[in-house]
Design a protein around this ligand. Structure first.
Ligand SMILES: [Zn+2]
Length: 194
């Protein structure tokens, strides 16, 4: 599946399937959300994941957790120099207004909700995403700045679903910061059988 530049796509994966998120052209941030749907609703929680792993980002073999502390995904492979981010929210309309864009601008937040609407899901809030390939590690002074991604063309991460999940991936819409290099490009998502 191709996620075109500045857009988002939803897909359902079964427990045990693996999801490979590829940045074909390099320097493109991919935001990821994961939801448990059905009778219960849960979602990947970046804060719970930081708490349980006691890290800014899971190591290989560690999990991304839901709000109840249940593992939803496992980081199987990191074929990217990173870094990856779990501190920032999705880019959103207010961020673009602060940056001086007063006309409509695509955003990961809007693209998440559009993708969920296509699955018949309406959320009154926006969980924080996992920002693959985003170069924004905090400094020792606690400064948080987003620099240009250093992910090379073809850099990827591979995750395994630990539950049946609804996954949303966006190709980040930021085209004014160094965030995504010189241009917003597409993200590819491959699902590998269990
Ligand atoms: Zn974004």
């Amino acid at each position: 599946m191709v996620v075109p530049p500045q857009s988002g796509r939803a897909l359902r994966v079964a427990k045990g399937e693996q999801i490979r998120i590829v940045d074909p052209k390099g320097q493109q941030v991919a935001d990821l959300w994961a939801f448990v749907t059905g009778d219960e609703l849960d979602w990947l929680s970046t804060s719970n994941t930081r708490d349980i792993t006691e890290r800014l980002f899971p190591a290989i073999g560690e999990h991304f957790y839901g709000t109840t502390g249940e593992p939803l995904l496992t980081l199987m492979a990191n074929d990217s120099p990173g870094p990856h981010d779990m501190l920032f929210p999705a880019c959103n309309a207010a961020l673009y207004r602060r940056a001086g864009f007063h006309d409509h601008h695509p955003s990961c937040q809007d693209n998440l909700h559009k993708a969920l609407a296509g699955e018949g899901i309406s959320l009154p809030f926006t969980p924080d995403p996992v920002d693959f390939f985003q170069n924004s590690l905090p400094t020792v002074d606690g400064v948080l700045l987003v620099d240009a991604s250093i992910n090379p063309p073809g850099g990827s991460v591979t995750l395994r679903a630990e539950r049946d999940l609804l996954i949303v991936v966006t190709a980040c819409s930021v085209d004014h910061h160094p965030t995504n290099g010189d241009a917003c490009t597409e993200i590819e998502v491959e699902v590998l059988p269990a």
